[in-house]
Design a protein around this ligand. Structure first.
Ligand code: ZN
Ligand code: ZN
Length: 145
């Protein structure tokens, strides 16, 4: 397919491992309430890929999925996580079945390697948190359409 670099990733307990091939469509921060609940943190930092760029290498049997149908985007998000260590791994979307949103925190990356391009649900952004320089900020979720 391509000779682009492959990113590897894993959950915290490292039983679930995955690989990504090629570049993401976009790298984003999401400030919505559901992403905060799902991460237990202040926002989510994810990259959007096509499903065929993603492959589970090990631990697939430990994956569990939470059907998040009470979110501001108005469709069903399947939030996949490790049932052993609870790491949030990826999100799929009922409206765009070819799309896969992968959590950047589970990627094995160098310190400077991952920079967000877009921020979404900025009206829910924590007040202490300024916009990231160089990102395009928006409140709409056209990215998920
Ligand atoms: Zn795990
Ligand atoms: Zn969100």
């Amino acid at each position: 397919m391509s000779d682009q670099p492959t990113i590897t990733g894993s959950c915290l307990c490292q039983q679930i491992r995955y690989e990504l091939t090629g570049d993401p469509q976009i790298r984003l921060l999401c400030h919505c309430d559901n992403c905060r609940k799902a991460t237990g943190s202040s926002f989510m930092a994810n990259a959007v890929y096509q499903k065929n760029q993603f492959r589970i290498v090990s631990g697939e049997e430990l994956l569990k999925t939470y059907q998040d149908n009470n979110n501001s985007s108005g469709n069903v998000l399947s939030r996949a996580f490790c049932s052993n260590c609870s790491s949030s791994l990826f999100i799929t979307n009922s409206l765009n079945k070819g799309m896969l949103v992968v959590t950047s925190g589970t990627m094995d990356l160098g310190q400077a390697e991952w920079v967000p391009q877009v921020e979404v649900f900025c009206k829910s952004r924590r007040e202490w948190l300024p916009p990231v320089e160089g990102t395009t900020t928006c409140n709409e979720v056209e990215i998920f359409r």
